[in-house]
Design a protein. Structure first.
Length: 237
């Protein structure tokens, strides 16, 4: 009986520790999304005319700006996994910069489409996050496939930058929703795996690394849903 009680205490402690780890990750992710939202709001509210003028000029400048996050993610992840003191400031700066980029997309869509996309993304994220945490199915193979698929998606989107095909945009948006839905489930299961693999000894770097992954999963899901709603319902004139 004593051994059984001891096992229950250990299980409860591990469960509490895992819940605390999830809470820290989601607090960081939520802060990142909030920072991006605030920066986007500031840009659209106070600099709308400047943004429209920049969009009208277009050019490769915007393409290069959207490629910047790709080159920032890897050093940020390395800093986080090394538990570097720079990891958190880098994450905050990345969220602010992504919010700046996001504003140039949001200004092209109606408030209705933005709201529908955000609510849909939030609902999907919640369901997929719960599934990823509680499922007994090993999602690692799916996670690897989705990770590779992201690069194919990036290539297709770069090609569509030149072709400007609405059909290809719609197909890549559908693919993006599927890919990042899979990654949301996998990344939530990965949190459990990381916690267990480290016997609960997870530092702040791990929390920042996983928060960054979930932040990117959510915002990309939101953006692809926004494009779908925009195509279906029309963009802002």
């Amino acid at each position: 009986m004593k051994n059984m009680n001891d096992n229950n205490v250990i299980f409860d402690q591990r469960s509490d520790g895992l819940n605390a780890f999830f809470s820290k990750i989601y607090a960081l992710m939520g802060a990142g999304v909030l920072i991006s939202a605030v920066v986007s709001w500031i840009m659209i509210t106070f600099f709308a005319d400047n943004m429209v003028a920049m969009l009208d000029r277009g050019g490769f400048g915007f393409l290069l700006l959207w490629l910047v996050p790709l080159f920032l993610v890897f050093p940020m992840q390395r800093a986080a996994l090394k538990n570097s003191p720079a990891a958190l400031p880098l994450f905050i700066g990345f969220a602010a910069f992504f919010g700046f980029l996001l504003s140039f997309t949001l200004i092209m869509y109606t408030a209705t489409n933005i709201t529908l996309a955000f609510v849909t993304a939030a609902a999907m994220f919640l369901g997929l996050a719960i599934y990823g945490r509680v499922t007994k199915r090993n999602l690692s193979a799916m996670g690897k496939v989705m990770g590779v698929a992201v690069w194919g998606l990036i290539v297709a989107m770069l090609l569509n930058w030149f072709f400007a095909s609405t059909g290809l945009m719609f197909l890549t948006s559908i693919a993006g929703v599927v890919i990042f839905s899979g990654l949301i489930a996998w990344d939530n299961q990965k949190i459990v795996n990381v916690y267990n693999a480290n016997n609960g000894q997870v530092n702040d770097g791990w929390a920042i690394s996983m928060a960054l992954s979930l932040y990117l999963d959510f915002l990309n899901l939101f953006l692809f849903l926004l494009r779908i709603f925009g195509i279906a319902g029309g963009n802002r004139d």
